[in-house]
Ligand binder design. Structure first.
Ligand code: UD1
Ligand code: UDP
Length: 385
Protein backbone atom coordinates (compact mmCIF):
# COMPACT_ATOMS: atom_id res chain seq x y z
CA UNK A 1 0.00 0.00 0.00
CA UNK A 2 1.19 3.49 -0.87
CA UNK A 3 1.25 5.20 2.54
CA UNK A 4 0.58 8.92 2.62
CA UNK A 5 2.69 11.48 4.42
CA UNK A 6 0.55 13.86 6.50
CA UNK A 7 2.21 17.01 7.79
CA UNK A 8 0.57 18.33 10.95
CA UNK A 9 1.32 21.99 11.70
CA UNK A 10 0.83 23.62 15.12
CA UNK A 11 2.58 26.16 17.28
CA UNK A 12 0.52 27.76 20.06
CA UNK A 13 -1.05 26.35 23.21
CA UNK A 14 -4.61 25.93 21.86
CA UNK A 15 -3.87 24.63 18.37
CA UNK A 16 -1.50 22.06 19.84
CA UNK A 17 -3.98 20.85 22.47
CA UNK A 18 -6.60 20.41 19.75
CA UNK A 19 -4.16 18.84 17.29
CA UNK A 20 -2.80 16.31 19.81
CA UNK A 21 -5.74 13.87 19.47
CA UNK A 22 -5.40 14.07 15.67
CA UNK A 23 -1.69 13.23 15.86
CA UNK A 24 -2.39 10.30 18.20
CA UNK A 25 -5.14 9.00 15.92
CA UNK A 26 -2.92 9.29 12.82
CA UNK A 27 -0.22 7.37 14.67
CA UNK A 28 -2.73 4.59 15.38
CA UNK A 29 -3.24 4.35 11.62
CA UNK A 30 0.42 3.83 10.80
CA UNK A 31 -0.34 1.32 8.07
CA UNK A 32 -1.88 4.18 6.06
CA UNK A 33 -0.09 7.29 7.28
CA UNK A 34 3.36 8.58 7.97
CA UNK A 35 2.94 11.53 10.39
CA UNK A 36 5.24 14.52 10.15
CA UNK A 37 4.87 16.96 13.05
CA UNK A 38 5.91 20.59 12.48
CA UNK A 39 5.88 23.02 15.40
CA UNK A 40 6.33 26.66 14.51
CA UNK A 41 6.78 27.35 18.24
CA UNK A 42 4.90 30.62 17.86
CA UNK A 43 4.54 30.01 21.61
CA UNK A 44 7.49 28.55 23.49
CA UNK A 45 6.92 27.71 27.18
CA UNK A 46 3.15 27.41 26.68
CA UNK A 47 3.73 25.07 23.73
CA UNK A 48 6.31 22.97 25.56
CA UNK A 49 3.87 22.44 28.45
CA UNK A 50 1.40 20.87 26.01
CA UNK A 51 3.96 18.82 24.10
CA UNK A 52 5.09 17.29 27.37
CA UNK A 53 1.57 16.35 28.44
CA UNK A 54 0.80 14.62 25.13
CA UNK A 55 4.35 13.28 24.72
CA UNK A 56 4.75 14.81 21.27
CA UNK A 57 8.29 15.36 19.98
CA UNK A 58 7.97 17.48 16.83
CA UNK A 59 9.96 16.34 13.81
CA UNK A 60 10.63 20.01 13.11
CA UNK A 61 10.65 22.87 15.61
CA UNK A 62 11.03 26.28 13.96
CA UNK A 63 11.51 27.98 17.34
CA UNK A 64 10.26 31.35 16.10
CA UNK A 65 8.91 32.90 19.30
CA UNK A 66 10.31 36.31 20.21
CA UNK A 67 9.08 38.57 23.02
CA UNK A 68 6.19 40.88 22.04
CA UNK A 69 6.63 40.06 18.38
CA UNK A 70 4.47 41.69 15.74
CA UNK A 71 2.01 39.86 13.53
CA UNK A 72 4.07 40.77 10.47
CA UNK A 73 7.30 39.36 11.83
CA UNK A 74 5.47 36.23 12.99
CA UNK A 75 3.99 35.80 9.51
CA UNK A 76 7.33 36.21 7.75
CA UNK A 77 9.06 33.66 9.98
CA UNK A 78 6.26 31.11 9.69
CA UNK A 79 6.02 31.17 5.91
CA UNK A 80 9.72 30.84 5.22
CA UNK A 81 10.23 28.25 7.96
CA UNK A 82 7.36 26.03 6.88
CA UNK A 83 8.13 26.37 3.21
CA UNK A 84 11.61 24.94 3.73
CA UNK A 85 10.15 21.91 5.50
CA UNK A 86 7.47 21.37 2.85
CA UNK A 87 10.02 21.61 0.06
CA UNK A 88 12.20 18.98 1.72
CA UNK A 89 9.49 16.61 2.96
CA UNK A 90 6.89 16.86 0.17
CA UNK A 91 3.89 15.72 2.24
CA UNK A 92 0.69 14.48 0.58
CA UNK A 93 -1.50 16.60 2.84
CA UNK A 94 -1.10 19.38 5.40
CA UNK A 95 -3.35 19.64 8.44
CA UNK A 96 -3.83 22.91 10.30
CA UNK A 97 -6.10 23.72 13.24
CA UNK A 98 -8.14 26.76 14.19
CA UNK A 99 -7.34 30.41 13.59
CA UNK A 100 -3.84 31.32 14.75
CA UNK A 101 -1.11 32.82 12.57
CA UNK A 102 0.46 29.35 12.48
CA UNK A 103 -2.81 27.99 11.04
CA UNK A 104 -3.36 30.66 8.42
CA UNK A 105 0.23 30.98 7.24
CA UNK A 106 0.78 27.22 7.44
CA UNK A 107 -2.13 26.72 5.06
CA UNK A 108 -0.81 29.45 2.75
CA UNK A 109 2.61 27.76 2.62
CA UNK A 110 0.90 24.48 1.68
CA UNK A 111 -1.15 26.25 -1.02
CA UNK A 112 1.98 27.75 -2.57
CA UNK A 113 3.41 24.23 -2.81
CA UNK A 114 0.06 22.92 -4.15
CA UNK A 115 -0.39 20.50 -1.27
CA UNK A 116 -3.99 19.69 -0.20
CA UNK A 117 -5.04 21.20 3.13
CA UNK A 118 -7.32 19.80 5.83
CA UNK A 119 -8.62 22.39 8.29
CA UNK A 120 -9.54 21.17 11.75
CA UNK A 121 -12.15 23.43 13.43
CA UNK A 122 -13.30 25.04 10.20
CA UNK A 123 -16.15 27.44 9.65
CA UNK A 124 -16.34 29.45 12.89
CA UNK A 125 -17.33 32.98 12.02
CA UNK A 126 -18.34 36.29 13.58
CA UNK A 127 -18.31 38.09 10.21
CA UNK A 128 -16.63 40.99 11.99
CA UNK A 129 -13.05 41.38 10.89
CA UNK A 130 -12.08 43.25 14.07
CA UNK A 131 -13.40 40.55 16.41
CA UNK A 132 -11.64 38.33 17.12
CA UNK A 133 -8.54 40.05 15.75
CA UNK A 134 -6.76 38.76 13.72
CA UNK A 135 -8.36 35.32 14.09
CA UNK A 136 -11.56 35.96 12.10
CA UNK A 137 -9.54 36.74 9.00
CA UNK A 138 -6.94 34.04 9.73
CA UNK A 139 -9.72 31.47 9.76
CA UNK A 140 -11.38 32.82 6.63
CA UNK A 141 -8.13 32.83 4.66
CA UNK A 142 -7.51 29.26 5.78
CA UNK A 143 -11.03 28.37 4.67
CA UNK A 144 -10.39 29.73 1.14
CA UNK A 145 -7.40 27.42 0.79
CA UNK A 146 -8.83 24.33 2.48
CA UNK A 147 -9.74 21.12 0.61
CA UNK A 148 -11.28 19.24 3.57
CA UNK A 149 -13.22 21.33 6.11
CA UNK A 150 -13.65 19.63 9.48
CA UNK A 151 -16.43 21.70 11.03
CA UNK A 152 -16.98 21.12 14.76
CA UNK A 153 -20.71 21.87 14.67
CA UNK A 154 -23.58 22.25 12.27
CA UNK A 155 -23.44 26.02 12.88
CA UNK A 156 -19.94 26.09 11.41
CA UNK A 157 -21.05 23.98 8.46
CA UNK A 158 -23.83 26.47 7.74
CA UNK A 159 -21.36 29.36 7.80
CA UNK A 160 -19.20 27.59 5.22
CA UNK A 161 -22.21 26.86 3.02
CA UNK A 162 -23.10 30.58 3.10
CA UNK A 163 -19.65 31.17 1.60
CA UNK A 164 -20.40 28.71 -1.21
CA UNK A 165 -17.99 26.05 0.00
CA UNK A 166 -18.65 22.74 -1.77
CA UNK A 167 -20.88 20.75 0.67
CA UNK A 168 -19.05 17.53 -0.27
CA UNK A 169 -15.89 18.92 1.33
CA UNK A 170 -17.48 19.78 4.72
CA UNK A 171 -17.72 17.22 7.55
CA UNK A 172 -19.24 17.85 10.98
CA UNK A 173 -16.86 16.06 13.32
CA UNK A 174 -17.20 17.77 16.70
CA UNK A 175 -14.27 19.57 18.25
CA UNK A 176 -11.10 17.66 19.14
CA UNK A 177 -10.88 19.78 22.31
CA UNK A 178 -13.31 17.28 23.86
CA UNK A 179 -11.18 14.32 22.71
CA UNK A 180 -8.25 15.95 24.50
CA UNK A 181 -10.27 16.28 27.70
CA UNK A 182 -10.90 12.56 27.70
CA UNK A 183 -7.16 11.93 28.02
CA UNK A 184 -6.79 14.38 30.82
CA UNK A 185 -9.45 14.64 33.50
CA UNK A 186 -8.91 12.40 36.51
CA UNK A 187 -11.25 12.11 39.51
CA UNK A 188 -8.75 12.32 42.38
CA UNK A 189 -6.31 14.58 40.57
CA UNK A 190 -3.34 15.92 42.56
CA UNK A 191 -2.31 19.36 41.33
CA UNK A 192 1.36 20.15 40.79
CA UNK A 193 0.81 23.54 42.50
CA UNK A 194 0.31 23.11 46.29
CA UNK A 195 -2.08 26.07 46.67
CA UNK A 196 -4.54 24.43 44.25
CA UNK A 197 -4.62 21.24 46.34
CA UNK A 198 -5.20 23.34 49.44
CA UNK A 199 -8.10 25.18 47.81
CA UNK A 200 -9.59 21.94 46.49
CA UNK A 201 -9.24 20.24 49.91
CA UNK A 202 -10.96 23.12 51.68
CA UNK A 203 -13.74 22.97 49.08
CA UNK A 204 -13.49 26.70 48.46
CA UNK A 205 -15.54 28.10 45.59
CA UNK A 206 -13.14 28.66 42.70
CA UNK A 207 -13.66 31.36 40.10
CA UNK A 208 -11.26 30.61 37.26
CA UNK A 209 -10.19 33.54 35.07
CA UNK A 210 -8.23 33.75 31.80
CA UNK A 211 -7.71 36.61 29.37
CA UNK A 212 -5.42 37.17 26.43
CA UNK A 213 -7.25 38.38 23.30
CA UNK A 214 -5.51 41.06 21.27
CA UNK A 215 -8.69 43.08 20.73
CA UNK A 216 -9.04 43.23 24.55
CA UNK A 217 -5.53 44.54 25.30
CA UNK A 218 -5.44 47.71 27.39
CA UNK A 219 -8.66 49.36 28.58
CA UNK A 220 -11.06 46.45 27.96
CA UNK A 221 -8.83 44.09 29.95
CA UNK A 222 -8.56 46.66 32.71
CA UNK A 223 -12.37 46.88 32.82
CA UNK A 224 -12.64 43.12 33.29
CA UNK A 225 -9.88 43.11 35.91
CA UNK A 226 -11.70 45.85 37.86
CA UNK A 227 -14.90 43.77 37.85
CA UNK A 228 -12.93 40.79 39.20
CA UNK A 229 -11.47 42.99 41.92
CA UNK A 230 -14.97 44.05 43.03
CA UNK A 231 -16.20 40.46 43.02
CA UNK A 232 -13.19 39.35 45.05
CA UNK A 233 -13.92 42.06 47.61
CA UNK A 234 -17.60 41.15 47.77
CA UNK A 235 -16.91 37.40 48.15
CA UNK A 236 -13.80 37.09 50.37
CA UNK A 237 -14.36 33.38 50.82
CA UNK A 238 -14.17 32.64 47.09
CA UNK A 239 -10.81 31.94 45.48
CA UNK A 240 -10.14 33.72 42.17
CA UNK A 241 -7.49 31.80 40.24
CA UNK A 242 -6.00 33.69 37.31
CA UNK A 243 -3.28 31.81 35.39
CA UNK A 244 -1.86 34.69 33.41
CA UNK A 245 -0.96 34.32 29.75
CA UNK A 246 2.78 34.86 29.21
CA UNK A 247 2.22 37.84 26.96
CA UNK A 248 3.70 40.79 28.91
CA UNK A 249 0.94 43.07 27.54
CA UNK A 250 -1.67 41.01 29.38
CA UNK A 251 0.28 41.13 32.62
CA UNK A 252 0.81 44.89 32.34
CA UNK A 253 -2.99 45.33 32.19
CA UNK A 254 -4.10 43.02 35.00
CA UNK A 255 -1.33 43.01 37.60
CA UNK A 256 -1.64 46.62 38.80
CA UNK A 257 -5.37 46.10 39.44
CA UNK A 258 -5.38 42.62 40.96
CA UNK A 259 -2.10 42.31 42.85
CA UNK A 260 -2.27 42.34 46.66
CA UNK A 261 -5.79 40.92 46.79
CA UNK A 262 -5.72 38.12 49.39
CA UNK A 263 -8.19 35.89 47.52
CA UNK A 264 -6.91 36.55 43.96
CA UNK A 265 -4.10 34.28 42.81
CA UNK A 266 -2.23 35.67 39.81
CA UNK A 267 -0.24 32.62 38.80
CA UNK A 268 1.83 31.35 35.89
CA UNK A 269 0.04 29.50 33.05
CA UNK A 270 -0.99 26.14 34.38
CA UNK A 271 0.04 23.05 32.56
CA UNK A 272 -2.89 21.59 30.66
CA UNK A 273 -3.58 18.78 33.16
CA UNK A 274 -3.65 21.16 36.11
CA UNK A 275 -5.82 23.58 34.16
CA UNK A 276 -8.53 21.21 32.99
CA UNK A 277 -8.69 19.46 36.33
CA UNK A 278 -9.10 22.84 37.99
CA UNK A 279 -11.89 23.65 35.51
CA UNK A 280 -13.63 20.48 36.59
CA UNK A 281 -13.63 21.76 40.18
CA UNK A 282 -14.52 25.38 39.40
CA UNK A 283 -17.71 27.13 40.42
CA UNK A 284 -17.60 29.80 37.72
CA UNK A 285 -15.34 30.71 34.80
CA UNK A 286 -14.66 34.16 33.37
CA UNK A 287 -12.70 34.04 30.13
CA UNK A 288 -12.09 35.49 26.70
CA UNK A 289 -10.53 32.20 25.53
CA UNK A 290 -12.02 30.19 22.68
CA UNK A 291 -10.91 26.79 23.92
CA UNK A 292 -11.96 27.36 27.51
CA UNK A 293 -15.47 28.23 26.29
CA UNK A 294 -15.61 24.88 24.55
CA UNK A 295 -14.30 22.92 27.53
CA UNK A 296 -16.48 24.51 30.25
CA UNK A 297 -19.79 22.98 29.08
CA UNK A 298 -18.20 19.53 29.42
CA UNK A 299 -17.98 20.08 33.18
CA UNK A 300 -21.28 21.92 33.60
CA UNK A 301 -19.45 25.02 34.79
CA UNK A 302 -21.17 28.30 33.86
CA UNK A 303 -19.01 30.61 31.79
CA UNK A 304 -19.17 34.37 31.44
CA UNK A 305 -17.42 35.22 28.20
CA UNK A 306 -15.42 38.45 28.22
CA UNK A 307 -16.20 39.32 24.61
CA UNK A 308 -18.85 41.24 22.69
CA UNK A 309 -19.25 38.82 19.78
CA UNK A 310 -18.53 35.15 19.40
CA UNK A 311 -17.76 32.71 16.63
CA UNK A 312 -18.90 29.99 19.06
CA UNK A 313 -22.63 30.66 19.49
CA UNK A 314 -23.62 27.05 20.20
CA UNK A 315 -23.04 27.09 23.96
CA UNK A 316 -24.71 30.49 24.19
CA UNK A 317 -27.77 28.91 22.52
CA UNK A 318 -27.58 25.96 24.93
CA UNK A 319 -27.50 28.42 27.82
CA UNK A 320 -24.22 27.29 29.42
CA UNK A 321 -22.30 30.37 28.30
CA UNK A 322 -23.17 34.09 28.42
CA UNK A 323 -21.50 36.91 26.54
CA UNK A 324 -20.89 39.75 28.96
CA UNK A 325 -18.43 42.00 27.12
CA UNK A 326 -15.68 43.88 28.92
CA UNK A 327 -17.43 46.70 30.78
CA UNK A 328 -16.71 46.53 34.51
CA UNK A 329 -20.32 47.11 35.55
CA UNK A 330 -21.85 44.56 33.15
CA UNK A 331 -19.44 41.81 34.17
CA UNK A 332 -19.90 42.53 37.86
CA UNK A 333 -23.70 42.54 37.61
CA UNK A 334 -23.85 39.35 35.53
CA UNK A 335 -21.56 37.49 37.93
CA UNK A 336 -23.46 38.74 40.97
CA UNK A 337 -26.76 37.59 39.51
CA UNK A 338 -25.38 34.10 38.93
CA UNK A 339 -23.83 33.82 42.36
CA UNK A 340 -26.88 35.11 44.20
CA UNK A 341 -29.63 33.44 42.17
CA UNK A 342 -29.46 29.68 42.59
CA UNK A 343 -32.05 29.00 39.87
CA UNK A 344 -30.13 31.10 37.38
CA UNK A 345 -26.90 29.24 38.29
CA UNK A 346 -28.54 25.84 37.93
CA UNK A 347 -29.94 26.78 34.53
CA UNK A 348 -26.43 27.50 33.28
CA UNK A 349 -24.77 24.50 34.92
CA UNK A 350 -26.00 22.21 32.21
CA UNK A 351 -23.53 19.51 31.23
CA UNK A 352 -24.36 19.10 27.54
CA UNK A 353 -21.38 19.91 25.39
CA UNK A 354 -22.49 21.17 21.97
CA UNK A 355 -18.89 21.06 20.73
CA UNK A 356 -18.02 17.40 20.82
CA UNK A 357 -18.32 13.89 22.17
CA UNK A 358 -14.69 12.78 22.21
CA UNK A 359 -14.79 11.08 18.80
CA UNK A 360 -13.83 13.99 16.61
CA UNK A 361 -10.30 12.84 15.80
CA UNK A 362 -11.59 9.32 15.05
CA UNK A 363 -14.10 10.74 12.53
CA UNK A 364 -11.52 13.08 11.02
CA UNK A 365 -8.97 10.35 10.29
CA UNK A 366 -11.67 8.12 8.75
CA UNK A 367 -12.56 10.98 6.39
CA UNK A 368 -8.91 11.44 5.45
CA UNK A 369 -8.69 7.70 4.75
CA UNK A 370 -11.68 8.01 2.43
CA UNK A 371 -10.09 11.04 0.73
CA UNK A 372 -7.00 9.01 -0.17
CA UNK A 373 -9.08 6.01 -1.29
CA UNK A 374 -7.96 3.73 1.58
CA UNK A 375 -11.59 3.14 2.52
CA UNK A 376 -15.07 4.11 1.53
CA UNK A 377 -16.81 4.17 4.89
CA UNK A 378 -19.82 6.26 5.77
CA UNK A 379 -18.73 8.45 8.69
CA UNK A 380 -21.49 9.42 11.13
CA UNK A 381 -21.49 13.13 11.88
CA UNK A 382 -21.29 14.56 15.38
CA UNK A 383 -24.68 15.40 16.88
CA UNK A 384 -24.80 16.97 20.37
CA UNK A 385 -26.78 14.92 22.91
C1 UD1 B 1 -1.85 33.60 20.01
C2 UD1 B 1 -2.81 33.56 18.82
C3 UD1 B 1 -4.24 33.56 19.29
C4 UD1 B 1 -4.49 32.48 20.32
C5 UD1 B 1 -3.49 32.61 21.45
C6 UD1 B 1 -3.64 31.48 22.43
C7 UD1 B 1 -2.17 34.67 16.74
C8 UD1 B 1 -2.05 35.96 16.01
N1 UD1 B 1 -2.59 34.74 18.00
O1 UD1 B 1 -2.03 34.86 20.65
O2 UD1 B 1 -5.09 33.35 18.18
O3 UD1 B 1 -5.79 32.61 20.80
O4 UD1 B 1 -2.17 32.54 20.91
O5 UD1 B 1 -2.92 31.69 23.59
O6 UD1 B 1 -1.88 33.63 16.20
N2 UD1 B 1 4.68 34.56 24.95
C9 UD1 B 1 5.69 34.02 25.70
N3 UD1 B 1 5.74 32.64 25.83
C10 UD1 B 1 4.82 31.81 25.29
C11 UD1 B 1 3.79 32.38 24.56
C12 UD1 B 1 3.74 33.75 24.37
O7 UD1 B 1 6.54 34.72 26.22
O8 UD1 B 1 4.93 30.60 25.47
C13 UD1 B 1 4.62 36.04 24.76
C14 UD1 B 1 5.70 36.57 23.80
O9 UD1 B 1 6.09 37.83 24.25
C15 UD1 B 1 4.95 36.66 22.48
C16 UD1 B 1 3.60 37.16 22.98
O10 UD1 B 1 3.37 36.41 24.19
O11 UD1 B 1 5.55 37.55 21.54
C17 UD1 B 1 2.44 37.01 22.05
O12 UD1 B 1 2.39 35.72 21.47
P1 UD1 B 1 1.57 35.53 20.07
O13 UD1 B 1 1.62 34.09 19.70
O14 UD1 B 1 2.05 36.51 19.06
O15 UD1 B 1 0.11 35.99 20.44
P2 UD1 B 1 -0.90 35.50 21.54
O16 UD1 B 1 -1.49 36.72 22.13
O17 UD1 B 1 -0.25 34.50 22.41
N1 UDP C 1 -5.04 26.29 29.16
C1 UDP C 1 -3.95 25.72 29.84
N2 UDP C 1 -3.38 26.42 30.87
C2 UDP C 1 -3.81 27.65 31.26
C3 UDP C 1 -4.90 28.23 30.55
C4 UDP C 1 -5.48 27.52 29.50
O1 UDP C 1 -3.54 24.60 29.53
O2 UDP C 1 -3.26 28.22 32.21
C5 UDP C 1 -5.63 25.55 28.04
C6 UDP C 1 -7.13 25.37 28.10
O3 UDP C 1 -7.47 24.15 28.72
C7 UDP C 1 -7.54 25.41 26.62
C8 UDP C 1 -6.46 26.23 25.95
O4 UDP C 1 -5.39 26.32 26.89
O5 UDP C 1 -7.52 24.12 26.05
C9 UDP C 1 -6.95 27.61 25.59
O6 UDP C 1 -5.89 28.37 25.15
P1 UDP C 1 -5.93 29.94 25.03
O7 UDP C 1 -6.97 30.48 25.93
O8 UDP C 1 -4.53 30.40 25.20
O9 UDP C 1 -6.30 30.17 23.50
P2 UDP C 1 -7.68 30.23 22.68
O10 UDP C 1 -8.42 28.97 22.92
O11 UDP C 1 -8.41 31.45 23.12
O12 UDP C 1 -7.23 30.38 21.27
Amino acid sequence: MNRKKIAVIFGTRPDTIKMAPIILELQKNAEYFDVLTIATAQHRQMLDQVLEVFKIKPNYDLDIMAPKQTLASLTAKIITGIDEVLEKEKPDMVLVQGDTSTTCIGSLAAFYRQIPVGHIEAGLRTNDKANPFPEEINRRITGCITDLHFAPTNTSRKSLLLENVDPKTIFVTGNTVVDALKYSVIEKYQFTIPILNEIADKKKKVVLVTMHRRENWGKPMEGAASAIKRLAQKFPDFRFIFPMHLNPIVREAVKPILKNMPNVFLIEPLDYLDFVNLMAKSYLILTDSGGVQEEGPHFGVPILVLRYVTERPDAVDYGTVKLVGLEEETIYTAALKLIEDEEEYKKMANAVNPYGDGLSSFRTIKIIKNYFGFSNEVVDEFIPR
